[in-house]
Design a binder for this molecule. Structure first.
Ligand code: PEP
Length: 249
């Protein structure tokens, strides 16, 4: 059973130049001609976000930011607040990505503050969670995910809209993916804990899978019970690949 509207998110990370806006235009044009029943979001690097927002005017693609600061404004050189993302027309913000957790020592508490800031700005946080390889190997996957949902989802999510990205850290950019049963088990656990945390809002919260999703495995993963969409890194950079993932949803 699908719980929420399908959501496919492309995370470009620190990739893409101005010329790559053409990829976004190609995705938008294809979706306009042949719409899907769901939402498509692209999160380019910050340098391209405003350009991307302009490019998708009148196209069925939303633009998101990658990460934000928890404060609204202030002396935080190099940071971008959720308010700033809103100001340029972004609709979503990825928070808690494992690359941020690892490179910038972000913990669940800071992820929760960022998710709250995104909700306060009227945008939708895509809250990323996922176990590391050592946590998986020691059988801690479900307890890690439970703790992450409890600690990263802010109180405000009882009223506002959020999405959860389940991304096993060891699957990101590795070409490896969990088994269908493992993905299904993780998503059902996340839904259960989310319901304990935010009640009925859980029913309309997309829980999307991320980690080495590509055209060749997208239909199998996206058909799994409880998987409401995908969070796609490398395979979102080229319109052709990303469109075939979108069309598999
Ligand atoms: C990601 O980093 O969010 C991601 C899912 O990356 P990839 O698809 O390249 O594994």
């Amino acid at each position: 059973m699908k719980n929420a509207k399908s959501l496919i998110v492309g995370n470009w990370k620190m990739n893409g130049l101005r010329q790559d806006i053409d990829q976004i235009l190609a995705i938008g044009a294809s979706l306009k001609e042949n719409p899907i029943d769901g939402e498509v979001v692209i999160c380019p690097p910050a340098t391209l976000t405003a350009l991307a927002v302009d490019a998708v005017t009148n196209l069925p693609v939303k633009i998101g930011g990658q990460d934000c600061h928890a404060a609204k404004a202030g002396a935080y050189t190099g940071d971008i607040s959720a308010e700033k993302w809103k100001d340029i027309g972004a609709k979503y913000v990825i928070v808690g990505h494992s690359e941020r957790r690892e490179s910038y020592s972000e913990d669940n508490i800071s992820v929760r503050s960022k998710a709250k800031a995104v909700l306060d700005a009227g945008l939708i946080p895509i809250i990323c969670i996922g176990e590391s390889l050592s946590e998986r190997d020691s059988g801690e996957t479900l307890s890690v995910l439970t703790k992450q949902v409890r600690e990263c989802v802010p109180e405000e999510a009882k009223k506002g809209s959020i999405a959860i990205g389940y991304e096993p850290v060891w699957a990101i950019g590795s070409g490896k993916t969990p088994s269908v049963d493992d993905i299904s088990e993780a998503h059902s656990l996340i839904r259960h804990v989310l319901t304990e945390e935010i009640g009925d809002r859980s029913k309309v919260t997309p829980i999307i899978y991320g980690g080495s999703m590509k055209p060749s495995n997208a239909s199998e993963i996206l058909a799994i019970d409880g998987v409401d969409g995908g969070l796609v890194g490398g395979a979102s950079l080229k319109a052709e690949d990303f469109l075939s993932i979108i069309r598999a949803s």
